[in-house]
Design a protein around this ligand. Structure first.
Ligand SMILES: Cc1cc2nc3c(=O)[nH]c(=O)nc-3n(C[C@H](O)[C@H](O)[C@H](O)COP(=O)(O)O)c2cc1C
Length: 224
């Protein structure tokens, strides 16, 4: 698959088949992603690729915790001004529409939220972490760590596409990082940046037919 084809083919998947992802495939995806650039070649990333019973334990613990306030390692702002808030609303509306869930239907929306805590049914999840001491080494947090993690995330997503897998980069899988650290035996010195559930795509679920929009080139780029 050429790069442009992979970029266009990749989309966030929100319904996976339960079929396991071969461990070898997970290894190849992470190994292949490691040529990502990073600031000063610092390679701030570490990974936890979780499947099977451990992932089930995480999903269960997240569901049990789902009514408590999230405690993300990295700050998040939900106060988006325009035009960004409209883009976010469009994603939420598009997903709910494909699922046939009414915006006012709180019960079904809550069930959908729980499906997210089940990692949209994915049999594996690649979590990306950074070291707290490095991230907080300066007076302000080292945002370039996160930038670098974004670069390697896209490599992972594209390689998953190449291997015929669906994926979704998501914050929901890292909403309760203390649970992740406890179940995986990861020290407090590691911060969870993002989770990437991966698996085979359930093509029969309409939510996976939802395609997000992009602004046209003319609106976002000027050529000088
Ligand atoms: C940093 C980041 C966090 C995200 N978190 C979530 C999430 O928690 N739940 C979700 O459904 N999608 C999440 N997404 C997926 C975005 O909604 C999605 O990438 C965006 O709408 C564009 O759609 P596409 O990935 O299908 O092209 C996240 C994406 C990124 C890059």
């Amino acid at each position: 698959m050429d790069i442009l084809e992979a970029i266009n083919k990749r989309q966030s998947i929100r319904y996976f088949k339960p079929d396991p992802v071969p461990q070898d495939m997970l290894r190849k995806i992470i190994e292949g992603s490691l040529r990502s650039p990073s600031a000063s070649n610092s390679q701030p990333w570490e990974f936890a690729a979780v499947s099977g019973a451990k992932l089930e334990e995480i999903k269960q613990a997240f569901i049990e915790n789902s009514t408590t306030m999230p405690n993300l390692d990295l700050p998040i702002s939900l106060q988006y001004p325009e035009p960004w808030v409209s883009r976010r609303r469009a994603v939420m509306a598009g997903v709910l529409e494909k699922l046939g869930i009414d915006r006012e239907d709180k019960k079904r929306r809550m069930e959908w939220g729980l499906h997210g805590f089940r990692l949209w049914g994915a049999p594996s999840c690649i979590y990306i972490m950074i070291d707290k001491a490095f991230h907080l080494a300066e007076t302000t947090s080292n945002v370039w760590n996160i930038f670098d993690c974004g670069l390697i995330t896209q490599n992972i997503l594209l390689l998953a596409t190449e291997y015929g897998l669906g994926s979704i980069p998501a914050i929901q899988p890292v909403l309760y990082p203390d649970i992740l650290r406890k179940i995986l035996g990861i020290p407090d010195s590691r911060l969870f940046v993002i989770g990437i559930p991966v698996g085979f795509v359930d093509q029969s679920n309409p939510v996976n037919q939802f395609r997000t929009e992009r602004e046209p080139l003319e609106k976002v780029a000027k050529f000088y």
